[in-house]
Design a protein around this ligand. Structure first.
Ligand code: IMP
Ligand code: ZN
Length: 354
């Protein structure tokens, strides 16, 4: 059993769907609580560490999950905290065997301490730099998130920031695209579509949360943008309340889907691991990647997720390796980086026996 677990840790992995503030480990949460206690001037009640993570076997409503992010955002409210959590998150992914990471985050300003959205992004890039200056062997890219609740003005501002940072990214971490996320039951998608269209025109990649809950109108508008990747895609299938046109479109354009199993089980958007739509798309040989979504909030790292996928759907070590390698082609990275990653995978290929 231990050898089995170490297989998933040693497996080289690609993480394509990780929200920065959802990925904060319990040990970093303790550091943040101490940081605020030392500052001694919080105007809010500090949360306890257990309040910002959903333990094994526990589940919450999606609404409760979004309340957890509000608590975390209170803890990560200045550039020191943003830099620290970014450094820790990147190091932890590297320690878990992730060799390529796309981290996404919603730029946040704080008028109380003068943090601007650009200062927030600079702090994230500085945190990545600190992680990489150690011995973390990992390539990191950044996506800027648009929250569904935001206005067109906020969204287009994020698109402009992403374009500016893409053009002046430091060598250690480039901004490669835009994510659309946030509470799937909120927001006005028709208002945000022109901003996402502009992002595409600017040459940014689009990774959009689509069909996280049943909302076929939003799904139709978002699929019409032909995103470069889909987050979740839980309710695309007709059997789940989506429709065949969605499935046909996603298959025809081979739009990769980021699968976040524990997130969906703990957030109760799927009934259980066995009911997860992973199976449909895996059996259809569609491009998919295994992802964590929020490794801190959902208390599950990427090795755990691969192990769960293998156990739930009966994948051999070789099949798990192939699944992990296939994610390389879904990265928002250059062909040279993809070739470099493929060499790492080849060097770590397991023997054919299980
Ligand atoms: P941040 O963007 O780094 O602050 O990460 C937390 C944010 O990611 C949350 O406030 C949400 O907007 C978004 N997020 C995290 N998990 C999910 C999810 O499962 N669905 C939709 N949005 C999510
Ligand atoms: Zn997500």
């Amino acid at each position: 059993m231990e050898a089995k677990q170490s297989f998933y840790r040693k497996l080289p992995k690609v993480e394509l769907h990780a929200h920065l503030n959802g990925s904060i480990s319990q040990s970093t949460i303790y550091k943040l609580i101490k940081y605020h206690k030392d500052k001694n001037k919080t105007d809010f009640v500090l949360p306890e560490a257990w309040q910002v993570s959903i333990a094994k076997g526990e589940q919450r409503s999606l609404e409760d999950c979004f309340d957890i992010f509000k608590l975390i955002h209170k803890l990560v409210d200045d550039t020191n905290a943003v830099k620290m959590v970014t450094r820790d998150v990147v190091q932890e992914f590297a320690e878990d065997g992730v060799r390529y990471l796309e981290i996404r985050t919603t730029p946040r300003a704080n008028t109380q301490n003068g943090m601007s959205k650009t200062a927030y992004i600079d702090a994230v890039l500085a945190g990545v730099g600190e992680a990489l200056s150690g011995d973390s062997d990992i390539i990191v890219k950044l996506l800027l998130s648009i929250d569904r609740r935001q206005s067109f003005q906020d969204a287009i501002n994020t698109v402009e920031l992403a374009s500016q940072y893409r053009d002046k990214s430091p060598p250690h971490c480039s901004v490669v695209g835009v994510d659309l996320s946030g509470d799937p039951s909120a927001g006005d998608i028709p208002e945000l579509v022109p901003a996402l269209t502009q992002a595409k025109k600017n040459g940014l990649k689009l990774a959009l949360h689509v069909a996280e809950i049943v909302n076929n109108k939003d799904t139709e508008s978002l699929l019409a943008l032909l995103p470069d990747r889909i987050g979740h895609g839980t309710y695309l299938l007709p059997s789940k309340g989506g429709c065949q046109q969605f499935v046909d479109m996603v298959q025809q354009h081979k739009i990769p889907i980021e699968m976040c199993l524990t997130s969906n089980v703990k957030g109760r958007t799927v009934a259980g691991y066995l009911d997860h739509h992973f199976k449909y798309w895996y059996d259809a040989n569609h491009p998919i990647s295994v992802c964590t979504d929020d490794k801190g909030v959902f208390a599950s790292d990427l090795s755990d997720e691969y192990s769960i996928v293998a156990q739930t759907f009966g994948l051999s070590n070789e099949e798990v390796w192939t699944l992990s390698e296939a994610a390389i082609d879904q990265c928002f990275a250059s062909d040279t980086t993809k070739q470099q990653l493929k060499r790492i995978w080849k060097d770590n290929k397991p023997c054919s026996s299980n």
